[in-house]
Design a protein around this ligand. Structure first.
Ligand code: HMG
Length: 391
């Protein structure tokens, strides 16, 4: 363990979209037996952004409550992780920095490696806080997951943002060393710059994920990490909730353990409640799993949690955290439930319209239809610039 104070997640907040599509509506539209969605992939519904929502409005909505509670003192770095970037040059975090009123003495940067990006952000943030424990780092993971209409990936879309305040002597979870890391050059899922929707080889992506679980766990143990039996729960990246079950069974098998269904559910069941109704939130997903665990499980004080972060392409990291005494007083369970319950249900026609919309590229003045009731909105695209407003 490194010397100095413990560092980790001091506060955590998430935001999701204005709209939601029930998998029953998708199943009815494309003639799929609903059991495939509800049981086979383990999803009930997915968040769908309004025309005036994007990764910036979601990221700002997730981060604003952290600044409201803790102020901005000590925040000298904002790291915005995303794989649904809106600009090739400017960080989405710079817009968020302005929308949530952070001071100018802050560095802001955007990070990318598919769904793994937020974990890189968290680890980099821990390094910065170790260097100067008076500093705090705001990590924002925000994504809109989009596949082509009528493709197999369509049922595994979603959208959300998670904001983490990383600090010394954290109130929620202390992040431990070591980490187990793994990289393999695979084409399981990718999105060329000219496409809005991702391309994916579905079965290949599941295999690549499981290989990355194995590889990062192997490195974790070689680095002197905890043994499997020490963990009270495991937060996996969840492109769909059944993937967490596949991953955990794979890890148990790899270690020569039984894959007793009740035991697997005990280890990961509470982590899937939010993902089940929000869908894949890419970079945010593994931290949405943490929010779900902390909000739903009985007291976890002093317990070790395993994290498996996977990003296609592929990079993975396995690491551990310990839940801090008194954490329950700092949770945002009510606000998280409201973020999910406030969404308006879409019918399939409106969902497909929203899915197919794209911004004009002529540089004109294009106001955006006012749809979101969230605190921030994308008001227009003007002279090729995104114009945001606060409600
Ligand atoms: P698919 O081919 O439509 O589905 O694609 P399937 O035929 O494989 O069926 C899915 C499951 O439903 C199967 O269970 C079926 O047996 C079951 P499994 O064999 O896997 O246990 N099933 C039923 N169960 C109950 N009742 C029924 C029924 N019918 C079938 N009636 C797939 C599914 C996930 C591949 C597709 O949706 C897809 O391509 N999604 C996108 C890719 C993805 O999510 N990959 C996951 C790993 S990669 C990752 O996590 C990274 C990612 O987040 C991106 C990033 O890192 O940036 C994606």
């Amino acid at each position: 363990m490194a010397n100095g104070p413990a560092v980790g997640i001091h506060d955590l907040s998430f935001a999701t979209t204005e709209f939601v599509l029930a998998h029953t509506a998708l199943a009815e539209h494309n003639g799929t037996e609903i059991g495939k969605y509800h049981v086979g992939i383990g999803q009930r519904s997915m968040s769908v952004p309004a025309a005036d929502e994007d990764i910036v409005t979601l990221g700002a909505a997730a981060a604003a409550p952290l600044v409201a509670r803790h102020g901005s003192d000590g925040i000298r770095t904002v790291i915005f992780a995303t794989e649904s970037s809106i600009d090739q040059a400017k960080s989405a975090g710079v817009y968020v920095h302005s929308l949530i009123g952070l001071p100018s003495a802050v560095r802001v940067v955007e990070l990318k490696q598919a769904c793994y990006g937020a974990t890189a952000a968290l680890q980099f943030a821990i390094g910065l806080v170790r260097r100067d424990p008076a500093q705090r780092v705001l990590v924002i993971a925000s994504d809109v997951s989009k596949y082509d209409l009528d493709s197999p990936g369509e049922a595994t879309q979603g959208a959300a943002a998670v904001a983490l305040l990383v600090a010394a002597d954290p109130q929620l979870v202390r992040i431990e060393e070591p980490s187990g890391v793994f990289t393999a050059d695979v084409m399981d899922f990718w999105r060329p710059n000219y496409r809005e929707a991702a391309l994916v080889d579905g079965q290949e992506s599941i295999t690549a994920y499981l290989q990355a679980v194995e590889g990062s766990w192997k490195d974790y143990t070689e680095q002197g990490g905890r043994s499997l039996g020490e963990f009270a729960a495991f937060c996996y990246h969840q492109p769909f909730t059944k993937m967490a079950y596949k991953a955990h069974r794979h890890l148990l098998n790899y270690n020569g353990h039984d894959t007793d269904a009740a035991e697997v559910t005990r280890a990961i069941g509470h982590t899937t409640a939010y993902n089940n109704v929000i869908g894949n939130s890419y970079t945010a997903s593994v931290y949405l799993a943490l929010a779900s665990l902390l909000d739903h499980a009985d007291d976890l004080t002093g317990q070790a949690i395993g994290f498996l972060s996977y990003g296609s392409g592929s990079v993975a990291e396995f690491f551990a955290g310990t839940v801090v005494a008194g954490y329950r007083a700092h949770l945002r369970t009510q606000a998280h439930r409201e973020a999910i319950d406030r969404r308006t249900s879409l019918d399939i026609a409106r969902y497909r319209d929203l899915h197919e919309r794209s911004f004009p590229t002529d540089g004109g003045d294009h106001p955006t239809q006012a749809q979101t009731t969230g605190p921030f909105r994308l008001a227009a695209l003007r002279d090729h610039k995104r114009i945001y407003e606060t409600r």
